[in-house]
Ligand binder design. Sequence first.
Ligand SMILES: Nc1nc2c(ncn2[C@@H]2O[C@H](COP(=O)(O)OP(=O)(O)OP(=O)(O)O)[C@@H](O)[C@H]2O)c(=O)[nH]1
Ligand SMILES: [Mg+2]
Length: 222
Amino acid sequence: MEINIQKKVLQANETEADKNRKFFKDQNVFVLNLMSSPGSGKTQTLCKTLTKLMPGMRVGVIVGDICTTNDADRLAVTGAKVTQINTDQFGGDCHLAAPLILSSAKTLGCEDLDLLIVENIGNLVCPAEFDIGEDAKAVMLSVTEGEDKPLKYPLMFRVADIAILNKIDLLPYLDFDAKLAVNNMKQVHPHLPVFEISAKTEQGLEPWLEWLKIKVFEKTGR
Ligand SMILES: Nc1nc2c(ncn2[C@@H]2O[C@H](COP(=O)(O)OP(=O)(O)OP(=O)(O)O)[C@@H](O)[C@H]2O)c(=O)[nH]1
Ligand SMILES: [Mg+2]
């Protein structure tokens, strides 16, 4: 019974995600869905990413959290167009569903954007199940979370188009085996591109920025 209800919820979301896809195609904007556990460094990475991409690229962010506008406040400093979704009023959902994304994208205004990034709610499980009509999904893992996470939460890594391994500046102080973590990701998703970065020191940011620029160009021609 529970499974049937979940199936219906996901099917309904899929229909809405198709509407989003059409909307984003009409707006000619590339949409990236960035997902991870709480605290992996999504906002920190986006702050650095936006600073480096703008003003050459017009970027907007929809950021989801259960409560607070902390992340929107941090991201707004970059000058990007930012809107915050709080799911507390919808029962504290642990993911962003497609209809919320469409209304937020309309509020934000996508007609003058090249790239729209959705920072999903910190959660390595639920967001992987909800299609939001994005062009690509990125999963972030940080070196403080353990090498085994791709094996324990495989769906997130299976559906991702790219992975980011963040906080590599901390590697000298940890027992974390980065090679093993990457191998675990590839065990779940062979050929998954992995960018190893530090959003703090900016080490490794360039290949990730290049990937984004290419993806935006491939869709928008800009
Ligand atoms: N040492 C180090 N710390 C980092 C790095 N990236 C982020 N942090 C720190 O990690 C903490 C969490 O970073 P956030 O950017 O808030 O993480 P988040 O994934 O956006 O968190 P939620 O939105 O709550 O899920 C902050 O204290 C950051 O300063 C990094 O590359 N190296
Ligand atoms: Mg955040």
